[in-house]
Design a protein around this ligand. Structure first.
Ligand code: NOJ
Length: 742
């Protein structure tokens, strides 16, 4: 075994369990290793196969064990649990010629076993500390089960809720999306990769995957370089600046070239402009997919295009392993580049400490202690509560007080809907290893939270088809109850990868069910759980209280119940616009004004005949059980120098009767630019807590960095002129003031 021969094997390194990673030592070690490797073994280090344990895409081969033994598969994904992975690592270490340990990847997107809210939900917390801690905890849990690499964070900006993968990102805003991506990278990777509770992060999907046309997954992306750089690339960059070590390509094309063969993205931007020095992995078989894309005639050409574009690792496609030796022999790719790519992969293995101890992530005792530990479950509850967005809260018919929170002294509630007593769907999309039997359902959450309230439960309807045979039971349950809670929305398969929908209303007969329940005249609370914004205009118009509870993971039930019954005051704010109907899409807050902005009195302005331009709920929107008043916007100066700064502040007062949290948002509008500018751009926010009657002054500092953009000649800078600033509770409301950049 070469590593042992070099005196740098596990035995030697084990004398010091946590050696500092010194670059020189690492380089020397990796140089010697590369010198020993055949071309096939080098290609093997650039190869990643899914194990038979789980699959997250099309399966092309089942012979990965032979490849592994031959040193032609240097990395595996979808192999987890210590028991399962340890044998695979043993094969790599003991049976391959050079004994190079494997990387074990997994889509730990919002949890390994303990499942946290889906990313779009957690983004609604606007709480970077909570988000970072969540990422740290699920990485720690996954790390205890043998995983040392996760394909997370996904920072794709998305403006089309038909796209099922909107669930996996942070929504529509590049500024917030970047901050959340960076928080996740910090949480996943920690300060020291050789700490076995930290793993490699992977920023994905590079690039612009969220802009697939008509929200259809894997579809064409076509946008200007200006739009790409202004709105889509920044979150990837910010997440990389936070230290992310790997990047995943996207399935889509950008300017006619599929991302996995796109040199502009993978080399010019990622390496040359941004200085990225980790490695790039394809998204699944996206090298192979360049054949049906129609930019290459066969897999060999695909391998050549991807390799020369700057893609280091081939996930699942097997084309690098198959064609790199031939391509080198034919001089179509360079061995020096191959060595460089192999180095980038081996460096990560080294930094994780795998050469020092390949079993460092494979400790059964640690795994047993970590899975579903109290620390994880407590935080899963907290994160779930912070993710809930209260969309509407009015008095029920004939009442004077807002319907929520419900009183624990209520005699009975009807709990109706397919998500009321449901474990699996609460986990949401991409819950790779999440165990549904650990999920606390809404019905159990209510029993724990309000034990004296009698629950009359009826499933009522399903997520698909039009079977209404359960309606009668639901109506009976509603009739004998004081209040009705409707637990409605999507099942976990209705969002996520390959789960685009062309209509995004309540699926199946649920809309008909809620209309029949509403007709009974009882007070109704709608708890909407889904992986995307749903077009729930009828609900907004007819149901007095509406809560968006996404898919919140293992602790969904208690989180929702505690919020319904007032143990928790909701403070989530949407990070994605909710359209009124599909025809409005794309509808997002940071749009352009157009030359004919909306004017109700002028036919020839930008609008629809059949729906307003306003969305159902705007970006940044979310209510609380208390109320907040915004007043006294002030600027430290109405003039700002290019190298100076100004402060903008306002006072926020809790004018209601509950203690509550508020996400105070700060937006800027550049009134005149050399190119058109958005009507508003988020530039800051602060989540504050206020007791009833309490007020707080919140300040935001503006520097020239906040005003920069891609100008007409594509230089990134601020232009002198007039700006508006807004401080408010959402992108659609707030106080405004003006200043001039000199
Ligand atoms: C395809 C998905 O697009 C990507 O996000 C995921 O990481 C890989 N499959 C691996 O499962």
């Amino acid at each position: 075994m070469l590593v042992a021969m070099l005196g740098l094997g596990w035995g030697f390194m084990n004398n010091d369990p946590k050696p500092k990673v010194e670059d020189e030592k690492m380089n020397e070690f990796i140089d010697s290793l590369i010198n020993e490797m055949t071309i096939e073994e080098k290609a093997g280090q650039l190869t990643l196969y899914t194990s038979g344990w789980d699959v997250t895409g099309p399966v092309l081969r089942d012979d990965y064990m032979d490849e592994l033994r031959a040193g032609r598969a240097g990395n595996l994904f979808n192999a987890h649990t210590v028991d399962y992975a340890i044998n695979l690592q043993k094969i790599a270490v003991e049976e391959t010629r050079l004994g190079i340990p494997l990387l074990f990847g997994l889509d730990v997107i919002h949890g390994y076993k303990t499942t946290f809210p889906i990313p779009l939900a957690e983004a609604a917390s606007w709480d970077l500390e909570v988000i970072e801690k969540t990422a740290h905890l699920y990485s720690k849990e996954a790390a205890s089960a043998g995983i040392n690499w996760t394909y997370n964070p996904m920072v794709d900006i998305a403006r089309d809720p038909r796209w099922g993968r909107i669930a996996e990102g942070s929504g529509e805003d590049p500024y917030l999306g970047g901050l959340i991506g960076a928080a996740k990278v910090r949480g996943i990777q920690g300060m020291d990769l050789s700490d076995p509770t930290t793993i490699l992060a992977c920023v994905k999907h590079f690039a612009a995957y969220g802009a697939s046309q008509a929200g259809r997954d894997y579809h064409t992306v076509d946008m200007s370089d200006r739009e790409l750089r202004q709105n889509y690339l920044p979150p990837y960059k910010v997440a990389l600046d936070a230290g992310a070590t790997t990047v995943m390509t996207s399935f889509n094309e950008v300017d006619g070239v599929p991302a996995s063969g796109n040199k502009y993205l993978m080399t010019e931007i990622l390496r040359n402009e941004w200085g990225f020095d980790g490695f790039v992995v394809t998204d699944y078989t996206s090298i192979n997919e360049m054949v049906p894309h129609g930019v290459v005639a066969n897999l060999k050409e695909a391998a050549e295009l991807a390799f020369n574009a700057g893609v280091q690792m081939d996930m699942q496609g097997g084309v690098y392993s198959q064609y790199i030796p031939e391509l080198i022999a034919e001089g179509k790719i360079k061995e020096a580049t191959l060595d460089e790519y192999v180095r980038q992969v081996l460096e990560m293995k080294y930094k994780l400490g795998l050469f020092e101890d390949p079993y460092r992530y494979l400790n059964k005792e640690r795994e047993q202690k970590t899975l579903y530990s109290k620390e994880l479950m407590d935080h899963a509850l907290l994160a779930a509560k912070e993710s809930i967005v209260l969309l509407k809260n009015e008095p029920a018919k004939g009442q004077s007080e807002q319907l929520l929170p419900l009183k624990k002294s209520l005699k009975s509630v009807a709990l109706i809907g397919p998500l009321a007593d449901n474990q699996k769907d609460m986990l949401g999309t991409w819950h790779v290893a999440g165990d549904e039997t650990k999920v606390v359902t809404l019905i159990d959450g209510i029993k724990q939270t309000a034990p004296n309230v009698k629950i009359n439960y009826a499933r009522g309807a399903d997520f698909n088809g039009d079977d209404r045979s359960g309606f009668a039971e639901a109506i009976t349950a509603a009739k004998k109850s004081d209040v009705v809670i409707m637990a409605i929305g999507e099942d976990y398969t209705q969002s996520g990868e390959a789960a685009s929908r062309s209509e995004i209303g309540l699926p199946g007969p649920q809309q008909a069910l809620i209309e029949e329940i509403h007709a009974l005249g009882k007070p109704v609370v709608a708890v909407v759980m889904a992986g995307r914004p749903l077009t729930i205009e009828w609900i907004d118009e007819n149901i007095p209280a509406v809560m968006n509870a996404w898919h919140l993971g293992t602790m969904s039930g208690p989180a929702i119940a505690q919020t319904l019954f007032g143990d928790h005051n909701p403070a989530g704010k949407l990070t994605i616009t909710f359209p009124k109907n599909v025809g409005q899409i794309p509808v997002y807050y940071n749009m352009k004004n157009t030359g004919r902005p909306f004017d109700a009195n002028n036919k020839y302005t930008s609008k629809y005949l059949d729906v307003s331009n306003e969305p159902l709920y705007p970006f940044g929107y979310g209510k609380s059980y208390t109320s907040f008043d915004y007043s006294g916007i002030e600027l430290s100066s109405t003039n700002m120098e290019m190298n100076g700064s100004i402060t903008v502040s306002a006072t926020i007062k809790n004018t209601g009767k509950y203690a509550g949290k508020e996400v105070v948002q700060f937006y800027i509008r550049d009134l005149v630019g050399s190119v058109t500018r958005p009507v508003k751009e988020l530039k800051g926010f602060e989540k504050i807590s206020l007791a009833p009657g309490e007020s707080k002054k919140v300040s935001f500092t503006v520097t020239v960095k906040d005003l920069e953009f891609y100008t007409r000649d594509m230089s990134y800078k601020a232009e002198p002129g007039d700006f508006k600033v807004f401080i408010g509770p959402s992108s659609a409301e707030g106080l405004e003031a003006d200043f001039t950049l000199k």
